[in-house]
Design a protein around this ligand. Sequence first.
Ligand code: BEZ
Length: 307
Amino acid sequence: MELRHLRYFVAVAEERNFTRAAQRLHIAQPPLSRQIQQLEEILGVQLFERNSRPLKLTETGKFFYAHAVQLLAQTSELESMTRRVGNIERSMSVGFVASTLYGLLPKIIRRFRDENPTVELSLHELSTMDQMRALKDGRIDVGFGRLRLEDANIRRVVLREEKMIVAFPVGHPLALSKPVCALRDVINETLIVYPKTPRPSYADQVLAAFKDRGLEPRKVYEVREIQIALGLVAAGEGISIVPSSVYGLKRDDVSYRELDDPTLVSPIIMSMRAMDESRDIREMLELIYRLYDEAQIPHVAPAEKGQ
Ligand code: BEZ
């Protein structure tokens, strides 16, 4: 039995008439009748009731019709899926920490897709720690995070060092009185840090910044993610130290102030498997530096990349 037999049979069963079915299939009626006869012979069953007008399926014919329709749908799916696979030359999975969404990540992804339409790109929100495991397991091919985690199997490229800023509830006296703040100015506030888990995380970078300066915030409130930290800041629960790209997230209930210390930075780090020399990774890295140059964003020079 050939697929052709199924297509002819389904047309006749649906049109309930050989002439109309032949027209639908763009063939002459006699070969269509012969093909249906041949199908009945191959199967050794009667699919249509003899001499019925309009044509009626036998019980066996109804069973065969239900399965034939499914099979034809599957072959058409197979056709389109195979075409798609044929057109997708490459695929790349990207892990990222949420805060990079406020930086260049959306632009990078859009531009990469425009420039590489046959690469299937997928995005996965993962902490920097989880990115390490996902890289080694092959679940992602590249990760964008903020921690300098040591691992012999992972190559890191520090892309840029982003300034940290303070997020205050709008109308907070410190935000009103100080255009630029020092960490010591905010130690009497509740410090909202994220992510609470897994550790170490960006939260530890912020806590270390205080500790390294011999400072201790009065109270620390750990939350799951940056959006919750900013929501709680807006609600007046405390202040948060965030990367400066969060400026881009215009909220009228939060005021941002710069910090006076240029060493208060959080890196954006691209991680990949140590021996992975793939063309996609090279192209993504080149694209990132191109976007930095276009937008005149200070960054670590490519020659200094990798550690
Ligand atoms: C950036 O904002 O510099 C950036 C964000 C995500 C990936 C790479 C770079």
